[in-house]
Design a protein around this ligand. Sequence first.
Ligand code: PRX
Length: 695
Amino acid sequence: SLVTSHHLRHVESMSRLPSGCGKISHLNAIILGESLASEENDLVFPSPEFSAQALVSSPEQYRQMYKRSIEDPAGFWSEIASQFYWKEKWDPEVYSENIDVRKGIVKIEWFKGATTNICYNALDRNVEAGNGGKVAIYWEGNEPGQDGQLTYAQLLEKVCQLSNYLKHVGVGKGDAVVIYLPMLMELPIAMLACARIGAVHSVVFAGFSAESLAQRILDCKPKVVITCNAVRRGPKVIHLKEIVDSALTECAKYGVSVGLCLTYENQSAMERKVTKWQERRDVWWQDVVPKFSSKCAVEWVDAEDPLFLLYTSGSTGKPKGVLHTTGGYMVYTATTFKYAFDYKPSDIYWCTADCGWITGHSYVTYGPLLNGATVVVFEGAPSYPDSGRCWEIVDKYKVSIFYTAPTLVRSLMRDGDEYVIHYSRKSLRVLGSVGEPINPSAWRWFFNVVGDSRCPISDTWWQTETGGFMITPLPGAWPQKPGSATFPFFGVQPVIVDEKGNEIEGECSGYLCIKKSWPGAFRTLYGDHERYETTYFKPFPGYYFTGDGCSRDKDGYHWLTGRVDDVINVSGHRIGTAEVESALVSHPQCAEAAVVGVEHEVKGQGIYAFVTLVEGVPYSEELQKSLVLTVRNQIGAFAAPDKIHWAPGLPKTRSGKIMRRILRKIASRQLDELGDTSTLADPSVVDQLIALSDC
Ligand code: PRX
């Protein structure tokens, strides 16, 4: 049998976990089974040539550095931090923390009292070091042949002009600015311009709907919204400005009015004369920003002043505003980028993530630019005009570090090797993966076909909340195991705990928690410090709880097994089941809804919705479509359910709690594993649901 005893132990221990902390889904067990069954003993070594040139070239070197980072965090991080520019140094402590709720308010501070500016460190510092002529950004548009580039000196000028404009319209330190832009160069420019003047950016992924955008605007009340009129995504044109218009109209109903909508004219998608316009509120970027000076003094901010807010999904319907501050985040993103990708100044780096997600914040904008790297920013879709687009871009810019998500790997793998081998890809030297566990077969294809069996893969495990990588290979140091994120980054102490919160040693499975803080940790949930403590620090007092399950094998490698709460991971995007449910029940014909994740060949997890209709409403295909459309309109296309399953009733306990365990089994057709249904208020609903499975 392929199933090892380790795997069995995992499944057993997970099925005993307490309900209050969430459940482990079937998918996780499958991924883990595949990993541990055949891969636990499978080591893939970096080549001796790679290791010889690597920043960390052996397990011994890693162990030494790691040991120091744990035994002397203050010394370790202050040495690294000294490579950045600080207007004033921290004094006297490097960090202070209380992450134990039993000892009072949770509070994390790094480099407190120091003043710095992340934009200065990313741009001015590199220009002053003589790298002003180095390309900072290569921009590749949706259409092949449409491209642009900016050197560090040019990027600095563009950022300064926007900073000056923002100051001119009254944006100052601590003010929020919402950015709703596609992957134009103007997106990182806008982020950096905010950071330069101490404003707090909140980037909203341009795939979110008007309602989701409105929800975020209502929460953080920005002075300005920055957008563009439209964008092309593959063959489609999306009218972003109209989405902003509806969001702002919605916000006005709640008494929040945003006085300025700075709109970039994205001519290749739409001309300004056909863009809907509201005089006084709407201003064309190109009409105002270039008039401002290309020099702008930096606003020095405290290391603990907020840098940005990024909304992410949790287990309730309301997104959480994850708040990151300046100094620790700066040091952490730069350092993780450097080591996990074995970065060298000659590298050309491409991360396919959108700046609307944390990956784009930390590893398109801040981490790479702080290292003076050349970054490729891609506006388009990875399979447009065909599935060879990524490799065409790799060859065009001689990309040496390519960082992407398992969902893209799986979808390109399905399209066939011919699209890959048509291109040389000989510039590649390091590959990276993020967003969800990468299944070993996708890992192997990525390694063998894309990387020609020569490029180590950094499978980086982290979260919006963590700011940067937490568990990740260092590509020259360790032999890898396909599907394992390997070992913790410097300064990170992962622990696996059982349902009572006891640390488990050695080979084991359980809940992944982190002991002690690290510089890139988020400091609060905007406006809701109590929710911050309840969600992350109360489930297992004394630790930060990640919401993920994890196994550690006999060699100490970590195997992430997915979320153990009511969050699903669709194509590497985090979606709360409660968010989708609340969108569904807003449909006038929907009485009740319950959403679960199911295994999906490409997306990792798909969204499966059980829907109870209002009494007397007949089932129809049209109604299914209209329910899906409601979710697209309320959240965004990426959250659209893959399946609507009609449910005359939902399986509930006598106290009214929906038993999702049963729904997950029905959704994944594991009907012989339904378990005990006798505690249900009405056990017959299960048979009814099974009967309706194929409708
Ligand atoms: O479940 C883990 C999964 O993605 C979650 C974090 O999602 P988000 O905050 O949107 O950030 C995504 C990009 C960092 C985690 O709780 N996850 C992320 N990376 C991995 C992963 N699961 C396994 N392996 C990974 N490399």
